[in-house]
Design a protein around this ligand. Structure first.
Ligand SMILES: [Zn+2]
Ligand SMILES: [Zn+2]
Length: 239
């Protein structure tokens, strides 16, 4: 019944751009101006974290100062007006169709050696109030497209953490200490695996790095972070 109602609604209402709401021809798509406003990342950037603020192959200052636990970050876009709107609409507007668009743009970066895709976990209370984990929705599309297994519950957020915005690097680390754990029952399975860690937005990288550290401690061989958008100097004032 629900699907019948959905298809009637689908038929009766025009398709709307998932970025701005303008009427478009096909479902679950973006209008041309929105596409053109997306700032796709094409270079490899920092050899350690993929930041495009340094020339390809060099290592950026934050990575030199504090080498990350992950083995690289691959983002589809620079966090800007449209990529932000897409991320927020997926997270708060329940526009699950957006996860497909995000995954389509992230797919090209996924390393062929990836054994498993793991989403950055939400605390169960947040999961309960939101009803879904946006990173898992993206991971599911990526897994289907690349034929890679998705493991939604290998990691758990055991501590509720406040928003990390406005905190310095040290405070972020303190807040996140002990917040993310790998299910002890899954350690043996994880050993030696190449993990793709999926997140929607990469801001300071503190959460992704805490996840990578937990996965490595549990025996993962490699952890590469895949994200829809990453905050850069040009994203100033948006986050
Ligand atoms: Zn649009
Ligand atoms: Zn770096």
């Amino acid at each position: 019944m629900t699907s019948l109602v959905a298809s009637i609604v689908d038929f009766a209402l025009p398709h709307r751009c998932l970025g701005c709401g303008l009427v478009v021809d096909s479902p679950a798509s973006l209008c041309l101006p929105c596409w053109n406003k997306l700032d796709f990342i094409t270079s490899n950037g920092c050899a350690s974290c993929g930041s495009i603020e340094v020339e390809e192959g060099l290592v950026c200052a934050p990575c030199l100062q504090n080498p990350p636990s992950h083995d690289g970050v691959r983002a589809a876009t620079i966090y800007g007006e449209v990529s932000k709107s897409i991320a927020l609409r997926l997270k708060h507007g329940r526009r699950i169709g957006l996860a497909q668009i995000m995954a389509n743009s992230m797919e090209r970066w996924i390393a062929s050696e990836t054994d498993v895709l793991v989403p950055v976990p939400l605390h169960r209370w947040r999961l309960w109030s939101r009803g879904f984990n946006q990173s898992l929705e993206i991971a599911r599309h990526l897994g289907r497209q690349k034929l890679i297994r998705v493991e939604p519950s290998i990691m758990v957020r055991v501590k509720r953490t406040p928003s990390l915005g406005g905190l310095g690097a040290k405070d972020r680390q303190t807040v996140l200490r002990g917040a993310i754990k790998v299910d002890p029952k899954r350690r043996a399975w994880l050993k030696g695996k190449s993990v793709g860690l999926v997140d929607d937005v990469y801001t300071s990288g503190a959460t992704a790095n805490a996840c990578a550290a937990a996965l490595k401690r549990a025996g993962a061989k490699k952890v590469i972070v895949y994200t829809w958008a990453r905050v850069s100097k040009t994203s100033d004032g948006l986050h």
